[in-house]
Design a protein around this ligand. Structure first.
Ligand SMILES: *Cc1c(COP(=O)(O)O)cnc(C)c1O
Length: 406
């Protein structure tokens, strides 16, 4: 028997033990969507996260949504009413949020001239990833009628680590090395661009408040230092994000209150050059990850040697991360349940696989579940971020996943 990750708070069952998502029965949700496999996103859980962020973080910190985590259209329209800006990491994401009326900043390496031109014309802030990209943006804007909005993404000399700072400055395709940032800021200002400020992103999926506290303090200090060297005060400093959620056995939720208290103190004592600066934190996973449930129906039950397998109609092609193949070093079990027997006692060790012809397609390995049969529904939690859009949906030409916001 192997352990699985914790089911996020906010999921309950009705009297007969059927899982409710957003207060609705999964069987009704599946019927409304037209079947499985299906991603369901519960707006109440996203709302809970946003309310917690607003209550905890200092008021001068804006909340941006990192579209990369989940670009589902209905979710973007809904979240546009709740957050202060969109951070995009590709031109395709611009197309998904351009009509939603929020400020947009555009990071990511490899922006083409055509993409830069469209983004500049749309008034999007471009987080410059290199001096070369800066020169291309300035040359393109020279033909246009408005000064381009340009921010400098900085490759800092530290990174987000569980055990404090790692000083030393790694090489990266992301951002301009910090020691060269002041010269680039001066160049942008001299060329007549609207310099929007700095973007410093140091990492993802941290559950360690101490690590985040250290990295945020270091980021504010670095922003002040670079601004002083450039002789210009940044209108905006994007502090990055990196807030994680528990996925696996033993993971503890991030102590957001500790992070908020420490950041409040850092901002209250910040250097004068940042006095007028607006700060932002960009979050994807922490906002939407726990709101998503992937529902897939059991098609077959079989014994092999001394193991019992349930085979589902979905799998790795929609939910790669749950199979341990999205950058994890070791495969561990995501939180999983039999959705229509949510409150039944576990009675047997089960391995749940998807329907792909590859042994990689493992959704739960030797986990204790109640007895389940073909027709029952499997729920995989923590599927709201880096789910469908981070999975190889074309692999093996299986039916596409449905998505629904409730
Ligand atoms: C991916 C990414 C994010 C979002 O990270 P999460 O772990 O989903 O919060 C934020 N900013 C940048 C620059 C990113 O590349």
């Amino acid at each position: 028997m192997k352990p699985m990750g914790p089911i996020p708070p906010g999921f309950e069952a009705n009297a007969s033990g059927q899982l409710l998502i957003g207060g609705r029965l999964v069987s009704d949700i599946v019927a409304e969507a037209g079947g499985t496999p299906l991603f369901v996103y519960d707006t109440r859980i996203i709302e809970r996260q946003i309310e917690r962020f607003r209550a905890t973080m200092p008021s001068e910190v804006a909340l941006h949504y990192a579209v990369k985590a989940n670009p589902y259209g209905e979710l973007l329209s809904w979240i546009a009413q709740q957050v202060d800006g969109f951070d995009i990491a590709s031109f395709g994401e611009l197309g998904r949020v351009a009509h939603l009326g929020l400020p947009i900043s555009f990071a990511g390496p490899g922006k083409t001239d055509q993409q830069l031109e469209t983004a500049i014309r749309a008034g999007v802030t471009i987080n410059l990833e290199s001096e070369g990209e800066a020169e291309r943006a300035l040359a393109i804007a020279a033909h246009g009628s408005r000064p381009p909005r340009l921010a400098v993404r900085v490759n800092p000399p530290f990174t987000l680590k569980g055990a404090g700072m790692k000083m030393g400055g790694l090489a990266s395709q992301f951002g301009v090395d910090h020691e060269r940032a002041p010269a680039l800021i001066r160049r942008l200002v001299a060329a007549g661009a609207e310099w929007r400020g700095l973007h410093i992103f140091t990492g993802s999926q941290s559950l360690h408040a101490e690590a985040l506290i250290d990295v945020q303090a270091a980021t504010v200090a670095l922003a002040a230092e670079l601004a002083a060297q450039a002789g210009a005060s940044p209108p905006e400093v994007n502090l990055g994000g990196g807030f994680g959620i528990p996925y696996f056995p033993g993971d503890e939720p991030l102590d957001l209150e500790a992070v908020g208290a420490a950041l409040s103190k850092v901002l209250a004592e910040r250097p004068k050059i940042l006095a007028e600066t607006r700060f932002a934190i960009e979050l994807g996973r922490w906002l939407v990850g726990e709101a998503g449930v992937y529902l897939t129906r059991i098609v077959d039950r079989k014994e092999s040697r001394d193991e019992t397998f349930l085979v589902a109609d979905g799998g790795l092609q929609h939910m790669l991360a749950a199979t341990g193949n999205f950058g994890q070093l070791l495969r561990r079990n995501y939180p999983v349940a039999i959705a229509n027997k949510f409150t039944s006692e576990p009675s047997e060790a089960i391995t749940i696989t998807g329907c792909l012809c590859t042994p990689l397609d493992l959704l739960a390995h030797e986990v204790a579940f109640p007895r389940a049969e073909p027709g029952d529904l499997v729920a995989i939690f923590c599927a709201g971020a880096y789910g469908l859009s981070a999975s190889p949906q074309e692999f093996l030409s299986q039916p596409r996943a449905r998505e629904l916001l409730v």
